[in-house]
Structures are given as structure tokens and as C-alpha cells.
Design a protein. Sequence first.
Length: 126
Amino acid sequence: MLKKWQNDWGLVTNIIRVTRYRERLNSPQESTQEVHYYVSNRLLPVEKYARAIRQHWYIENKLHHVKDVAFQEDRGLRRVNPALFSTCIDFALNRLRYSGELNIKGKLYEISLNIKNLLNNEKLML
């Protein structure tokens, strides 16, 4: 299989296949199975690949998922200064986490109901 891509991806020496099984409680679809492929140009022990892949998904779940769900970042296309929008979202997310908020989406909703909630919260202010 690897020889198929050797001309285009000459540095690739390994293809890693990860099959994920996920069970969701209280969901009509109780379990799912997904297959993901990763490429590498280094020969490492399986444990190191597993650690690197888990770290990648930790970041994805910790940051990108929260930004997408709470701030709906993927919903709108920002044509002018997309980095500025992303930086503002990162700043807001960091302030909320610094203040000890665990439910980011809930806190954003609470703040949206009354701006005084934001201005009176000393933990969120600089």
C-alpha cells in the first residue's frame, strides 16, 4: 500500500491505522466505529505513536471543539481578518477558563442575557 504514494510522498515510511470505538450514553446511536490513518517518516514504537495521536485529539477536543460549539467558529466564513476573529475568540476563551468557568457555552449565554453579568464579574475583567 505504501508504494502507491511513494512518488508523491517520498519521505513517508509508515502508515498507521487507528480504529476507534465509541459508545455514547443516552443516544439512539449507541456505538460507532471510525478508522483514521496517519503517516509518518519515522519508525517509532507503537506506544509513541499512540501517545502522539492521543495528544493530537486532546488538543482537538480541548480547544477546537469548544471554539466550534461555544463560539460557532466553523459556522461562519470570515473573509476579512479571520486571524483577528480567531484571536478574539481565543482571548475570550482564555478569560473564561482563567476565571474557572467549566461550562463555556452556558457562561456565554448567561453573559448574553445581560451585559452587566460580564462587567460585574471581576474574574473576567483584566
